[in-house]
Design a protein around this ligand. Structure first.
Ligand code: F0G
Length: 455
């Protein structure tokens, strides 16, 4: 099979620059903390020559289609298959890849009935190699870490980033250092980091404390930071939107809904949508909406109380531990993409998250709690009239059901809200619970259970 369908007229992937999102300063090098040398704000990656490549859209579509029959490692990756819109490699072998991306788009028939939105889909990023959307960004950022000659990579994490980083570091022959909040990430995610060989520090602080420490560490020690402050991460993550639009035959949905934590993913998807429009791949922008947990609603409050002008940070608390973040690093990027796509930002309660997660699970799809905020948020956006019933909607499910089995088991056993102020209200979810039963090993007992379930 040919491995190089490579170049598309007008699109030269190797030429990219860093641009500060606040002062617009352009540079060819980034500092270790990936902040602007002049004003200290975040950097993004930009491709200045794209301006001349207005008509490249059709060529790109056919290049990406052709690569789907190739067996080369970069073409089997659902991220590097779109390498024309990524920072380029000197040669394809440089990519550290686990065949990430390639995430299915499912129609959600039962959730469509529940929400009254008939054209409802889930883009399931939880079916990536380490079980979350982080892999799409990690393949690119880990690759550039190795190209820059780093032996150590590091991240602060609520669990998924650390699992992903540890895997890609191991595949790429690098060491990894993980900083996670002690007692606040799921065992599944922690176990992944351990198995993939990371040096794992459980710090007595929250995610925001871990991230603060990491940012100081990278200025003092020769470690390469792989949080989503690193703009290479966002370039990889943005391919989920390219893949989604390809799956929809380049017909944009009306809405894309994504969970918001540190706000890297929403920023990446929004960047991708604008780029697709600028490259002529799509003719209009879907509205991109961000949903947060009520207890970790920094972006919601930033928009409501400060009109998106300055960050309102919060002390985060939610059972959806992946998004238990009070001081999101990429808030400014997220505000920009909400403005550019005219999306909304909403918050949902712990009960609403648990209900939505069970509803997605009952459809045979399943996801982790943080991903379920999308369905819970959609219900609110429909009630507000922001999403119309005849519009098409894609929910981005960010993590696999198996990422947080404790949440799921506690929910079905009726223990998730026990002893909390939500206990009474959670009785409304009883019809969704499927607790396991312990029986004597007799035929009668099993048949009785079957009959009971039919009632
Ligand atoms: N969903 C899941 C399953 C996540 O793990 C995260 C973030 C998000 C949503 C939010 O994405 O931060 O880009 O807005 N997890 C990070 C981590 C912070 O360390 O694994 P975001």
């Amino acid at each position: 099979m040919p491995s190089t369908s490579t170049s598309t007229p007008g699109v030269r992937p190797k030429a990219f620059r860093f641009r500060c999102i606040a002062c617009g300063d352009l540079s060819d090098q980034a500092r270790q903390d990936f902040r602007c040398a002049h004003c200290g704000d975040l950097l993004e990656i930009t491709y200045p020559h794209w301006k001349e490549s207005g008509g490249a859209g059709q060529d790109l579509k056919s290049t990406w289609r052709q690569r789907r029959v190739s067996q080369s490692a970069v073409d089997l990756s659902g991220v590097w298959r779109f390498r024309d819109v990524l920072p380029g490699l000197e040669n394809d072998d440089q990519a550290i890849t686990l065949r990430e991306g390639n995430a299915p788009l499912y129609e959600l028939l039962q959730c469509a009935r529940i929400t009254g939105v008939p054209r409802l889909f889930a883009k399931h990023q939880g079916l990536n190699p380490t079980g979350s959307f982080k892999d799409a960004g990690m393949t690119v950022a880990a690759t550039f870490a190795r190209l820059a000659g780093f032996r150590w990579v590091a991240c602060a994490s609520t669990g998924n980033t650390s699992a992903s980083m540890a895997a890609y570091a191991a595949r790429g022959g690098m060491r990894s250092l993980v900083l996670v909040p002690d007692g606040k990430i799921s065992w599944s995610k922690l176990s992944q980091a351990l198995d993939y060989g990371a040096v794992t520090c459980q710090l007595r602080t929250d995610f925001d404390g871990c991230l603060r420490l990491l940012q100081e560490l990278v200025l003092r020690a020769p470690v390469y930071q792989l949080n989503s402050i690193n703009p290479f991460r966002l370039e990889g993550q943005k391919t989920l939107a390219f893949e989604l639009l390809e799956q929809l035959d380049w017909q944009p949905p009306d809405h894309i809904i994504v969970p918001g934590g540190n706000l890297g993913n929403s920023s990446a998807i929004g960047k991708a949508l604008v780029e697709m429009r600028d490259l002529g791949l799509i003719s209009r922008l879907p509205k991109l909406s961000v949903i947060q947990a009520e207890g970790a609603n920094a972006l919601v409050r930033t928009l409501r109380e400060a009109s998106g002008k300055k960050l309102v940070s919060v002390k985060a608390e939610t059972r959806a531990t992946a998004i238990r973040i009070g001081n999101p690093a990429s808030w400014k990027k997220a505000v920009h993409v909400l403005e550019a796509t005219e999306g909304a930002c909403e918050e949902v309660s712990e009960i609403e998250i648990a209900q939505a997660k069970a509803e997605i699970g009952a459809e045979g799809i399943g996801c982790e709690p943080a991903s379920a905020v999308t369905l819970a948020g959609l219900k609110k956006l429909v009630n507000q009239g922001f999403v119309k019933r005849d519009e098409s909607v894609v929910l981005v499910l960010t993590g696999n059901l198996l990422k947080d089995p404790d949440f799921t088991i506690n929910f079905h056993r009726g223990e998730l809200f026990k002893g909390t102020q939500d206990e009474e209200a959670s009785a409304a979810l009883n019809s969704l619970r499927r607790p396991p039963v312990v029986l004597d090993a007799t035929l009668d007992a099993v048949i009785r259970t079957l009959e009971q379930a039919e009632k």
